[in-house]
Design a protein around this ligand. Sequence first.
Ligand code: ADP
Ligand code: GLC
Length: 500
Amino acid sequence: MSGPRRKVLFVASECLPYAKAGGLGDVVSALSKELVRRGDDARILLPLYGSIDRRRFGIEPLQPICVHMGGEEIWAGICRGTLDGLVPVYFLDHGGFFGGRDVYGVGAAYDFDVRRFAFLSRASLQLALDLGFVPDVMHLHDWQTSLVAAYLSDLPPGFEPLADTATVLTIHNVEYQGKFPADAFPWIGLPPDAFRPDRIEDFGGLNLLKCGIAYADALTTVSPTHAREMTGEPGGHGLGAMLAARAADTVGILNGVDDDVWNPEIDSMLPARFAVDDLRGKFECRRTLQHRFGLEERHDLPILGVVSRFAPQKGFDLLRDVLPGLLDAGLVQLCVIGSGARHVEDFFRALASVHPGRAGAFFGYSEEGAHLVEAGSDFFLMPSLYEPCGLNQMYSMRYGTLPIVRATGGLADTVSDHDPRTGAGTGFVFVEATAEAAADAIGRAVRCWWEKPSHVARMRRAGMALRFPWSVGADLYERTYERAIAARRARDEAPEDGDA
Ligand code: ADP
Ligand code: GLC
C-alpha cells in the first residue's frame, strides 16, 4: 500500500514533545511518525532551543556543521535524537541563535528571528550534504523555513547533489508571514533578483512566507476549506492573489489526530480513562477538573472549556457579552487555559474573580491541563474568526466534549451542527463572525444540555466515534511529494528563460 521509500526531510521550528507553541508542533510530530510507519525515510531538523531537555530526550552530539551566511562561516553542532523510537531528529545547536528558552522572539527580539530561521534554513542544505542524506523532498512549514525553497532554487557550488530535491511548503497559518526590514537581505544570501515583489520583497521589506510561496514546488494548507479561503481576501492576509495564482499547485490536507497522544482510552495524563461505551472515567475527569479550577462540584451545570493561544484569530472578543451573562445567571461553569493578548487574559481573569466556584482560569502553558480540560468539559469553545485547521475541536470530539465553533476553515470541515429535530450532529456551529451569532450558538448548546440530554448523549457518541486518522493525511502528502518531485524535474528540463 505504501509507495516507494521516499526520503523526506522536515525542516521545522516546532515538534512535539521537544518544542511546541501551537498546532504546528503536533502536526510535524504526528505526520513524520505516520510517514515512517508507512515505510518512508522521514527525518526532522529542528533548532536545539535552550528549553529542550537533552537528557530527558536522549539527545546526543553527532558532528559539527559549518554554514556560510553573509560572507561569514558560522559553526554549530548537530545533535541527534529519535522521536518516539521512530523518527530520526537532528537538532541544530547554536547557543547564540537558539540558546534562549523561547521558540519565537517576542517584541524587540522578533527582528532577530529572520537571522535565526534563515540560519536554520541554510543549515538544512548543509546537513543533507554532510550526512549524505539527499532528500527527495524537503517538507517546509510556515515562514520560518520557507527560505529553504529559495536556497534550493539557486544552489551554490558544491551543493549539486541537491539539484533534484523538491520542496513542499505547508502553510499552517498565512497570517504569520515573517515580515522583516530589508537590511537582513544581503546576510540571508539570496541572489539579488530574489528581491522582487513576486518573490521576497514586500512593501520595501522582506516577507519570508511570500518567498516560500514563490519558490516551493508544491504548496499545501491544513484543510480543504482553508485552501479555498486563502486564495482570496481577507483569507489570504494580503497574499490571496499570489496564492490564487498557484492554486493548481496547492492542496488542502486536513490535519489528523495523533492517536498515541489524544486517545481517552489510553491517555496517561488523565486521572481516569474512558471510552464511548463507558463514560465513568469522563465524569471522574470532570470532578478533577472542577477541583483543579476551584469550581463547585456541580453535576447539573455544563462546563465550558477553553484551551488556546489568545491571538485575535481565535475570536474570544465575540464572547465578551455572552459569558458574563451566562455566569451571572448561574447557568454554566467555565475552565480556561491559555495565554497571549493581555486584554483576553484580563477578561477571563475578571470572570474568574467575579464568579469564584463557577469560573477558573490558568494563564500559561500546560500540556496536562489541556488534556484535562478536553476530557472533563461538556462543551469546548472555539469561536475563531479564521482557523486553517484547528486541532482542539477534533480532540474535543474524541473526548466526548461538544465543540462550539464558527464555520471557518478546518472547523467547517470537521464539526457538524446540532439538528434540533433528530439530535444528529457533533457540535454547535455558527456562521457570522458576530457576538450575536456566537451567543446564539452557545445559547443553543446550553439549552440543549438542559432540555434535550438525550441529544447531548447522542452527539457525544457521534463525536467520539469520529476518527481523523493521520493515515489519510499521509496518503495525500505522499501524493503531493510525488507531484513536487515531478514539478522539480520538469523545471530542470525546461529550457532556461533567463528569468525563472
Ligand atoms: P493553533 O495552532 O492556531 O494554536 P490548533 O488548534 O491547531 O491551534 O492547535 C493548538 C494546540 O496547542 C493544541 O494541541 C492545544 O491543545 C495546544 N495549546 C494551545 N494553548 C495551550 C496551552 N496554554 N497549554 C497547553 N496546550 C495548549
Ligand atoms: C496553525 C493554525 C491551526 C492549525 C495548526 C496546525 O497554527 O492556526 O488552525 O491547526 O496551525 O496545522
